[in-house]
Design a protein around this ligand. Sequence first.
Ligand SMILES: [Fe+2]
Ligand SMILES: [Fe+2]
Length: 154
Amino acid sequence: MKSDPQIITRLNEYLCFETTGHVQYLFHAALCEHDGFSALARIQADYSAEESQHSARIMARILMLDGLPAPKMMHAVGGLRNVPEQFESDRELVGAAIVHLRTSIGECEQRRDFVTRDLLREMLDDEERHLYWLDKQVSLLGDVGIENYLQAML
Ligand SMILES: [Fe+2]
Ligand SMILES: [Fe+2]
């Protein structure tokens, strides 16, 4: 099924957020597990798995529209050993993904590609929840202090 090339471009751009998120949260899960924060590691691993599912759905949609998926990493992942820095970098990525999604959803609407629009709206719902969770963790960290927060994440 042929599609507007702009839609394929937007989907491929968005795919990069998902592949980067998948690897970034997987890495943060490994760091948390290594440091003994197993509860937090499980949550990060679940987010990584969610982004993997999102990537698969975006790739399937691109293929269905006769495009070629081109997953890439947006930036190198690594180096952030402490949990507050990990949350900050996750927040940046999810925030940028949300901005991209909102623009793309509008473009799908204008081009009357309602199926891609609905797919991206589902992703937006998940990413808004993800950002809400991250914001909550950062404010909890501030309220109870890093030691108490991490104590609850063992
Ligand atoms: Fe996602
Ligand atoms: Fe996410």
